[in-house]
Write a protein that binds this ligand. Structure first.
Ligand code: LIP
Length: 294
């Protein structure tokens, strides 16, 4: 894997070089966040602020990780745009836009549970073309570049091993992950009703707590599919390209084209289970507005 340290500014269409840069920055920022987490007593004892609701936390580590990534990108890719969860908004001139979630799974980070990661994606013409998701606790790095496949890099396999989405076609033996909105009052009851209908049709549900790690799990077949609403670009941009390069299907929650910049939820799965799960979700919510399936 080429090193970002070369400093060479990869061309816009050099998705492999953008992937390598995203991987290098995700590792660096994730390692700093892990060191911070490990310097504190376990459990929910980190001072934090809240954002959209009382259960939507942000810590000093989220902000520090995002600042580091932004500074690196501004040095190595000065013409690119940047959108970060913790407020980074920088316009660009190259057509490449970075979508950065410094710590995805912040509630897990807060409680010292393992399901959190740093997620960085390069988006061009509205489509993710390179992405990296680094999970520091498990030392797993999921990467992909358009046209170059998807891989899982670990200490045991430093050059990465190819990953592939599940080939399962039957819902009743499928593991499906999902998540729930931070807006408890507005969305949780409907989401609970929906998951009741899903749970009676599948093997089981998993709630990992990080959209990026949910998508990484789809990409490597650890779950057959994942769906969630009320997410942002930084939650899903890297995972979307990783799932697609792993042979999976990624659409908006209603089965239409995914607009990464303003996602209307997400539905991701192996190529033979995405359709059946989409059909099930439509049956469970027949009155939901449905856009044209892709
Ligand atoms: C989280 C997502 C998760 C979702 C949470 C939250 P954050 O992102 O990764 O899937 O269920 O509500 O949006 O806040 O940890 O970056």
């Amino acid at each position: 894997m080429r090193r970002a340290e070369s400093g060479a500014e990869p061309a816009v269409t050099d998705s492999a070089a953008l992937r390598d840069l995203a991987a290098s920055l995700a590792r660096e920022a994730g390692a700093i966040a892990l060191a911070g987490r490990r310097s504190l007593p376990t459990g929910n004892r980190i001072e934090h602020d809240t954002k959209s609701s009382i259960v939507d936390p942000v810590t000093e580590f989220d902000r520090a990780a995002e600042q580091l990534i932004v500074e690196r990108l501004q040095t190595l890719r000065p013409g690119d745009a940047i959108v970060g969860e913790e407020g980074a908004r920088h316009a660009g001139t190259t057509g490449v836009e970075w979508h950065v979630d410094p710590i995805d799974g912040t509630v897990n980070f807060l409680y010292d549970l393992p399901g959190w990661c740093t997620s960085i994606a390069a988006v061009h013409d509205g489509e993710p073309i390179a992405g990296a998701i680094y999970a520091p606790v498990t030392a797993e790095l999921f990467i992909a570049a358009a046209g170059h496949g998807a891989a899982l890099v670990t200490p045991e396999h430093p050059d990465g091993v190819p990953i592939h989405a599940s080939a399962q076609s039957e819902l009743n033996v499928s593991l499906v992950s999902t998540g729930f909105s931070y807006d408890v009052g507005a969305h949780r009851e409907a989401q609970a009703q929906r998951v009741l209908g899903v749970l009676t049709a599948i093997r089981d549900v998993r709630r990992i707590g990080s959209a990026a790690l949910d998508l990484a799990a789809v990409a490597c077949g650890r779950v057959e599919a994942y769906y969630e609403e009320h997410l942002n670009s930084w939650d899903i941009a890297a995972g979307a390209i990783i799932v697609r390069e792993a042979g999976g299907v990624v659409t908006a929650f209603d089965g239409s084209r995914l607009d990464v910049a303003a996602p209307a939820g997400i539905l991701a799965g192996g190529p033979r289970i995405h359709g059946p799960l989409d059909d099930l979700l439509r049956r469970l919510d027949p009155d939901a507005p449905r856009r044209q399936r892709v």
